[in-house]
Design a protein around this ligand. Structure first.
Ligand code: UDP
Length: 338
């Protein structure tokens, strides 16, 4: 019998790509989302890409424990991949309770469901400004600089503690994402930021299409080769595939620890300016950009040592930054109807 994976927040950017890859790998998937930060565009795209009109979709809020109980009663769920969370750093500073309530309660409700395999989407933000790069999973976590970042750390701890206390009944995996970018090569699913994008690549593509006048590059006086920040940009399809490897490891009983942690990145640092130049080059256009002051809270340089994920999960990032930036641009044109 096929194993069934619940993808909470499955209508969003990462969740929709993960759903596609899970289905391609032969899993049944239930998608659940409260649609607070997206519309049905990506879920419709998932159905087109997979050719599956029958993917179950449940509109629900994971903060509602009764709804969570009903969901688990209605479907035989073998594993959960949890994405349903608020993710805007700035908003989390202004409305901390909104973030703590939503991001923590929804995750605790999932753990209370008693599902034996839980994968949590964490973030490289837990490393703060690292003393040494690249960072391994052993690199120290730094205290979070925003309530959003803090919810990632707290959820990591909640999962670790709950696995420990479960006496082997619960297995957990924490995936720490670096900077997910791009879109599905079909251009049927991708990132749909509401309002002004916070993240670099959606801002680049929206500037290129004319929705934004000019990209501000935040800081060109950092101690890096070209003065701009260094990040590890990971293709969204590569990132999605990492989840399939991780779920398989849990469901095939291959885990060596109750709760395992993996960096999901390329291991390759790219500066903001390099990314902008690569976008211009592969897509044959000129981007209107200017240098602006540093953005508070940005770290100078962070990239992953992905060796553990390469060795234990058997996963490796494969797509080039160039292909990823082409896909991001194709998606922007698709949503603009061009
Ligand atoms: N960035 C920028 N202009 C923007 C958005 C982001 O220069 O409009 C820079 C930001 O300072 C950082 C990098 O792009 O160095 C990646 O930022 P993003 O918000 O995408 O991800 P983060 O690394 O902050 O999670």
């Amino acid at each position: 019998m096929k194993k069934c994976v619940l993808v909470s927040g499955g209508a969003g950017f990462i969740g929709s790509h993960v759903t596609v890859e899970l289905i391609a790998a032969g899993y049944d998937v239930v998608v659940a989302d409260n649609m607070s930060n997206c519309d049905m565009t990506c879920f419709e795209g998932v159905k087109k890409i997979t050719g599956r009109e029958d993917i179950p979709f449940v509109k629900m809020d994971f903060c509602d424990m009764e709804a969570v109980r009903q969901l688990f009663a209605a479907y035989r769920i073998d594993a959960v991949i949890h994405f349903a969370a608020f993710k805007a750093v700035g908003e989390s500073v202004e409305q901390p309770l909104k973030y703590y309530k939503n991001n923590l309660i929804s995750f605790m409700n999932i753990l209370e469901s008693g599902c034996p395999n839980v994968l949590f989407s964490s973030s490289a933000t837990v490393y703060g400004e690292p003393e040494k790069v690249p960072v391994t999973e052993q690199s120290p976590r730094q205290s979070a600089t925003s309530p959003y970042g803090n919810t990632k750390q707290i959820c990591e701890d909640i999962l670790q503690d709950t696995v420990k206390a479960s006496g082997g009944k619960l297995r957990g995996i924490l995936l720490r994402y670096f900077n997910p970018i791009g879109a599905h090569p079909s251009a049927l699913i991708g990132e749909l930021p509401r309002g002004v994008p916070n993240n670099l690549v959606p801002f680049i593509t929206q500037t290129a299409i004319g929705k934004r006048e000019c990209l501000s590059i935040f800081g060109n006086d950092y101690p890096t080769a070209d003065g701009t920040c260094l990040r590890d940009y990971i293709d969204i399809v590569d990132l999605a595939k990492a989840h399939v490897f991780a779920v398989r490891r849990m469901l095939d009983d291959k885990m060596e620890q109750g709760c395992e942690v993996y960096n999901i990145g390329t291991g390759r640092p790219v500066s903001v300016l390099e990314l902008v130049n690569a976008f211009e080059k592969v897509n044959g256009l000129k981007l209107n950009y200017k240098f602006a002051p540093r953005r508070p809270g940005d770290v100078t340089a962070i990239w992953a040592d992905p060796t553990l994920a390469n060795e234990k999960l058997g996963w490796k990032a494969e797509r080039s930054v160039e292909d990823t930036l082409k896909a991001a641009w194709a998606w922007e044109k698709h949503i603009a109807g061009k």
